[in-house]
Ligand binder design. Sequence first.
Ligand code: AMP
Length: 399
Amino acid sequence: MKVLVINCGSSSLKFQLIDSESEECLAKGICERIGIDGGMITYAPQGGGKEKNPADMPDHTEAIRLVLEALTNPETGVVKSLDEIGAVGHRVVHGGEKFAESVVIDDNVLAAVEECNELAPLHNPANLIGINACKKLMPHTPMVGVFDTAFHQTMPEEAYMYGLPYEYYRKYKVRRYGFHGTSHSYVSKRAAEVLGRPYEELKTIVCHLGNGASVSAVKNGRCVDTSMGLTPLEGLIMGTRSGDIDPAIMEFIAHKEGKNIDQVMTVLNKESGVLGLSDRLSSDFRDLEESYDKNDANAIRAMKTYCYRVAKCVGAYVAAMNGVDVICFTAGIGENAPLVRTLVCGYLGYLGVELDQDANRRRGEDTVITTADSRTTVMVIPTNEELAIARETVRLAGC
Ligand code: AMP
């Protein structure tokens, strides 16, 4: 059975076709600049070369039509006809309190997702457009929605409530939801599998460090806390996002710089994080690592502040779970930046963490990066959100 996984943004659409038996990715790609001049589709079949072609995509339906055309192309396609695609799995960013699990998409689900739009105005409407475009072109293929927030719905009240008037929760559902749930779930399960330990008995901390970054605490197979909140702005310092700040800074900067609330939000989302901390050197850790090695003060400040914040969050979750067995690093930075892992683990002596520097330099595989004597195990687990979505899709679509 072949599953098409769709991750739809407002002007882009990433896709993978996954064989659910072998769990191999048969083809993947991205449509960029949908609805904007200069559209481009990138398509990479398994074992073949990557093709990048200009394509006019006035809307998402046209983008999906082109994806389906590429997948069935007689020369470079990987399926003979669309009938071979048994189901479609859609990433949906915000499921609010309605979705603690993935679901088969029907009209009621679509209406419920739409109700979550105001909680994720940049993401959810785009996800819905992707679903509707797919439904139009593949009306008889089952579709499954997999929510970034669902895994975190097991958090207890004391972890998800803010110290705000309760009526904001009652009226508007203002609370912490958390994101990257598909990754946190996949990585925490995979760590247990690799270690050969029962998932239900482990205390795991997952550090998903990518462009967006969040940490989660997973106790006995259930998420008990995570660092992102109502929106993906809370928590860690990220590429361009500030993470936690004193909320009064917003008013202070608005007055000093003559900015309105939307402009301040743009600063917090797009001009802060390591980009801001490094005095605009870069939001990319490849650049920061290179400059750090050359003793660049901006890179050192950004790197140290970033890693200190991750380590503090890990400490908080050790407290939340009354201990930890495994700490996992994942996503672009977590998987590829040994310096970040070294700096974070430098704060974890109290957990008896002893890094194995050779293992810490390895890339692209599930690896224990602590020594055999280390009291706490630290691992690198490459995340695979598309595979996790495909598995959920197969489980629910019953194919
Ligand atoms: P993600 O959002 O998971 O795709 O992560 C993207 C981020 O990972 C990039 O912005 C980089 O900061 C970081 N990254 C990717 N590759 C490397 C690398 N080889 N070394 C250091 N950081 C990397």
